[in-house]
Design a protein around this ligand. Structure first.
Ligand SMILES: [Zn+2]
Length: 147
């Protein structure tokens, strides 16, 4: 099951296609609702629960924040694909943090902070210690350095 119809609860292949049960083609606000009633936004158990509720006649009324996220996903402005660094990309970020500025690492963290997966935590692990060491280094140079 990858999606359910928000009107009748029948299983569908894709969130935005015509329902094989009732013929509903999601349009307008129904598009965000339909994305929410799919594996793109929900786990298997959650989706099964949504399906059960729709089939028993309960209206599907997700929280406003969830609906806003689904709308952003539809507009392509929110990426909810899981993300994690590979070893090579982790080394690249670490080097960029050390050789250029740790602001890069914080920018990467900011960009991936809402995505599932380890990526956001990894970005902080690769950035915060470097930023800390550089800050300590600056203080040491300021206190004991030449000039
Ligand atoms: Zn339907």
């Amino acid at each position: 099951m990858t999606a359910v119809c928000i009107r009748c609860g029948v299983e569908k292949e894709l969130a935005l296609t015509r329902c094989p049960g009732c013929g509903l083609v999601p349009a307008g606000d129904d598009r965000a609702l339909s994305v929410l009633a799919s594996r793109r936004m929900l786990g298997e158990a959650e989706l099964a629960e949504v399906r059960r509720r729709i089939r028993t006649g309960e209206p599907f009324r997700p929280a406003r924040a969830r609906l806003a996220l689904a709308t952003a996903v539809l507009a392509g402005s929110a990426n909810i694909e899981p993300f994690a660094f590979t070893r090579a990309s982790a080394v690249s970020l670490l080097l960029a943090n050390v050789l250029l500025t740790p602001a890069l690492g914080f920018a990467v963290w900011f960009g991936v902070r809402h995505r599932p997966g380890l990526g956001a935590r990894q970005a902080l692990w690769l950035t915060v210690p470097v930023a800390g060491l550089l800050a300590v280094g600056r203080v040491v140079i300021w206190k004991f350095g030449p000039g």
